[in-house]
Design a protein around this ligand. Structure first.
Ligand code: FAD
Length: 323
């Protein structure tokens, strides 16, 4: 028995959510008194690969084939499953990122494994049972699922597990998988970045605006608060439906699910469909002029007030703290 973690990179650098997944996988390996191997696919420099050792990987398999530089769902799933077999790993961990959500079920099929997607806590292992707490129904609820098959695939919700630096070092090995041409059914030809801002699914802080912002001309306030906090911006569905903001920022049941350390909701009522996408945020701050707005029921901190008075004061206060 051993554990394999897929270490996802973005442009050759590992994301924080990858280190969280490595820390999480290491804790599972320790629970089972076994080893942790990481697999990295794409163009990642050796000093970056070595950082995985600091979060607990004893070995790193480096797949640097040119064909695999860009993410291809079927091919990456085949490579990770092949590595799991080669390493005798029966638990595969990955981040429940955009690509992780596509990979987990595919790896599950290839390894005949039970899959727990969106895990939020370490597995409980008692009386021969292996159970995992995970988000369910677009984040509206939690489920505790028992993984009954010998092989298991677990994808970890970003920001749900702490980073643990072990100070360890990893042995780096090249891994040359057998990739079949049939695994390249959809090929990425070009990647065009739409923004250089913090990416919403990975953001630790999110500033989100709703219809209470009145119109797109007022979004400079949301962007300025996000800038001073180093946050990503988001919005409610009606805001993106009205074209005030791009659909890529729409959070909720029909949009993106986020789990930042801090979610600041500005002029958003807190409808159940919106809460579905943000309920696993660690701290929720709500700014709304209506003290009866449903969002206050799930808020850790609430400010009852007009956004056009509160936001400038908040921005000034954060700037002063940072000065
Ligand atoms: P409103 O409900 O209009 O709320 C605006 C808020 O701003 C109010 O609480 C008001 O008090 C406050 N406000 C107004 N002016 C000010 C001011 N000057 N200062 C301070 N506060 C002010 N919604 C989502 O967000 N995401 C989803 O994924 C989603 N999916 C859906 C799926 C389905 C099937 C359906 C039916 C609906 C879905 N919705 C979704 C829509 C959802 O039900 C709500 O209608 C929506 O979230 C409301 O957006 P809002 O809070 O921005 O606007």
């Amino acid at each position: 028995m051993s554990v394999l973690i897929y270490a996802e990179n973005a442009n050759g650098k590992f994301k924080k959510s990858t280190f969280e997944a490595v820390s999480y996988a290491k804790a599972i390996a320790q629970q089972n008194n076994t080893t942790l191997t990481a697999i990295s696919i794409g163009n990642v420099a050796e000093d970056q690969l070595a950082v995985l050792g600091n979060y607990g990987a004893e070995k790193v398999l480096n797949v640097s084939s040119g064909k695999l530089t860009n993410f291809v769902n079927q091919a990456y799933a085949a490579v990770i499953a092949e590595a799991a077999k080669a390493e005798g790993a029966d638990i595969v961990v990955l981040s429940n990122s955009f690509s992780g959500r596509g990979l987990a079920p595919r790896i599950g099929i290839k390894l005949q494994a039970a899959v727990a997607d969106g895990a939020t806590a370490l597995p409980e292992q008692a009386d021969g049972k292996f159970t995992v707490k995970k988000t369910a129904f677009s984040g509206k609820a939690f489920a505790v699922v028992e993984l009954t098959s010998a092989n298991k695939v677990i994808s970890l919700t970003p920001n749900a597990y702490k980073l643990v630096e072990t100070g360890g070092t990893a042995q780096i090995e090249n891994f040359e998988p057998e990739v079949k041409s049939t695994d390249f059914k959809a090929i990425i030809k070009d990647i065009v970045r739409s923004t250089d801002k913090v990416s919403l699914p990975d953001a630790e802080i999110v500033v989100s605006g709703g219809r209470g912002m009145k119109g797109p001309e007022n979004w400079a306030l949301i962007e300025e608060l996000a800038d001073v906090l180093g946050a990503a911006t988001a919005c409610s569905k009606p805001v993106s439906d009205a074209g005030w903001r791009p659909h890529s920022e729409h959070v909720g049941q029909t949009g993106i699910a986020v789990s930042p350390n801090l979610y600041i909701a500005v002029g958003i009522s807190g409808a159940i469909q919106h809460l579905a996408g943000i309920s696993s945020s660690k701290v929720i701050v709500v700014i709304n002029k209506d003290a009866e707005a449903p969002f206050f029921k799930v808020a850790d901190y609430g400010i009852v007030g007009d956004v056009f008075e509160v936001l400038p004061q908040l921005i000034a206060a954060v700037k002063e703290l940072k000065a």
